[in-house]
Write a protein that binds this ligand. Sequence first.
Ligand SMILES: [Zn+2]
Ligand SMILES: [Zn+2]
Length: 57
Amino acid sequence: MIDMPRCTSCNKVISPSDEGDTRFSCPNCNDVLIIRCPKCRLFGNQYVCPKCNFKGP
Ligand SMILES: [Zn+2]
Ligand SMILES: [Zn+2]
């Protein structure tokens, strides 16, 4: 069973067919994969790194 990726901001499951999501390593600790759904990108919702608590737009 594979963990579905979830948006770091709103916790929504990102389905593989979703387009426009973005994934990147945490700019602070570089250890956590930050995933943002298209909606959170659009609204500029804040994300918090679960490891180092880095907050970013
Ligand atoms: Zn989201
Ligand atoms: Zn981090």
